[in-house]
Design a protein around this ligand. Structure first.
Ligand code: UD1
Ligand code: MG
Length: 465
């Protein structure tokens, strides 16, 4: 195959998105929209890519980071005067000696590498055209450029919706998907001759078909998913749902069980035999180990989950690590920089922040563990609070291995509970507790025999009066 360079057009704000964020930077399944066509182009074999943007530095930064160094050139088109004008600018930035280009729009995230390969290959098939255009047949052609053919069925022009002249033209159901392969020199010459004499006053890349002349362009019929351009938020939502479906399919064939409709970002990795239940949301750099179970409604952002971990229903985890065989939830909250050791248990209504919980330790019910260090096999009772904040600074709580913290205790940081120490239920710990010591800090209980009925009698009289 003759080497080719990909051009991805991603300039313009995308006014139909009604957003302060440029269209192609909107997130779709965890990546900016524009990352998908770029990736597809490289997968299809592009030797290099030229990305046309409006000069937004955030865009360049967001995109470049994910691609091989030196293989992506970012150029600025300002103001955006149409797709033809964008292509002209990109052609000026091609690496020396480039003979062929593949042109994609930055707002078509569902395009696949195999479809692009077809388009490039068409340049070498009879009639060896200068330009191949991907088209699709659709039930609702409205809004797309129509592929107009002559009596012999040859592609003669692509005409935009607003410029259609008759009901017959409007009825044409073969539309331009916005993907092209071309020989550089003929394309360059056609683009030089573009004029903005259309309803939008823009330079249309699609006019190259007409300018190259009959027989020099061919239409390659593609899958209609290729066409799903994202122009507004409704289309963004539809495209993202399709992408989530694809992602589930990809993991499912590599051994992951899905139930219902969990949504997994494109960036997430999942090991074999993991089970992901309905309503789960896995985002960012999340990695799920083999055989892990992620139950209904769990939300994980940038979380590393070890093998055979169980994340129970409705737990929320961020930027944390959960080691093998640990159990989290239901209804647990892991905030950033938490690390839950092998086989440790974090139960319902436990909030953990910036705390290391060592192997086999347990905090099974209702606790706040912030800025702490919990030793192996320590047991944190229900209602325990690490009082980590004095209104000005955060302080650390250290609980030694095999220590036992009785229910409803407050550990006022900075404080250290020694190894194997015992904190009696209801104690407010303000001083360090030595290894193996018992800390008890509560008033002694006194029982007054028969007092309850006397008390009730008194209260009754009072109420009656
Ligand atoms: C375009 C096609 C239309 C096709 C449709 C498929 C043209 C003239 N029309 O219409 O035939 O059916 O895509 O989705 O090409 N862009 C630039 N610079 C510009 C203008 C646009 O880089 O000056 C980029 C945009 O970021 C976008 C892409 O080009 O990613 C397409 O532009 P858009 O305005 O979405 O074109 P459509 O109206 O969708
Ligand atoms: Mg579009």
């Amino acid at each position: 195959m003759v080497p080719f360079v990909a051009i991805v057009l991603a300039a313009g704000q995308g006014t139909r998105m009604k957003s302060a964020t440029p269209k192609v930077l909107h997130s779709l399944a965890g990546r900016p929209l524009v990352a998908y066509p770029l990736r597809a182009a490289f997968e299809a074999g592009a030797a290099h890519a030229v990305l046309v943007t409006s000069g937004d530095p955030a865009l360049a930064a967001a995109v470049i980071s994910g691609f091989p160094e030196g293989k992506l050139t970012v150029v600025t088109q300002s103001p955006p005067r149409g797709t033809g004008d964008g292509a002209r600018i990109a052609l000026e930035a091609l690496p020396e000696g480039t003979e062929r280009v593949l042109i994609l729009y930055g707002d078509t995230p569902l395009i696949r590498a195999q479809d692009l390969g077809e388009l490039v290959a068409a340049l070498d098939r009879a009639p060896r055209p200068d330009l191949s255009v991907m088209t699709c047949r659709v039930a609702q052609p409205k809004g797309y450029g129509r592929a107009l053919r002559d009596a012999e069925g040859r592609l003669v022009e692509i005409r935009e919706e607003r410029d259609l002249r008759s009901a017959d033209e409007r009825a044409v159901d073969e539309v331009n998907a916005g993907l092209y392969a071309a020989r550089v020199e003929p394309l360059r010459s056609a683009i030089r001759r573009l004029t903005p004499d259309n309803s939008q006053g823009e330079y249309y890349l699609t006019d190259a078909v007409k300018l190259l002349g009959v027989g020099r362009s061919v239409a390659v019929l593609g899958h209609s998913d290729a066409l799903r351009g994202v122009n507004d938020r409704a289309q963004l939502h539809a495209a993202e749902e399709l992408m989530f479906e694809r992602i589930r399919e990809r993991h499912a064939v590599s051994g992951v069980t899905f139930r219902g409709d969990p949504r997994v970002d494109d960036t997430v990795e999942i090991g074999e035999d993991a089970v992901i239940e309905a309503g789960v949301r896995l985002r960012g750099q999340t990695r799920i180990g083999r055989g892990a179970q992620i139950d209904v409604g769990a939300v994980l952002d940038d979380v590393e989950v070890g093998d055979a971990v169980s994340i129970r229903a409705y737990s929320v985890l961020r930027a944390s690590v959960v080691r093998a065989e640990a159990q989290i939830g239901p209804f647990s909250h892991l905030r950033p920089e938490s690390e839950i050791g092998e086989g440790a248990h974090i139960g319902n209504f436990v909030e953990v922040k910036k705390t290391r919980v060592a192997r086999g330790a347990k905090a099974n019910h209702l606790a706040y563990l912030g800025d702490g260090e919990i030793g192996e096999k320590a047991n944190i009772g229900a209602g325990t609070i690490f009082c980590n904040y004095d209104g000005f600074a955060k302080h650390r709580t250290v609980v030694g291995a095999e220590a036992f913290i009785g229910s409803d205790s407050q550990l006022v940081a900075p404080v250290t509970i020694g190894k194997g120490a015992y904190v009696a239920t209801g104690t407010t710990v303000t001083k360090d507790v030595p290894d193996d010591a018992l800390a008890i800090g509560r008033t002694k209980q006194e029982n007054k025999e028969g007092y309850a009925s006397r008390l009730r009698g008194r209260l009754k009289v009072k109420k009656g009066s």
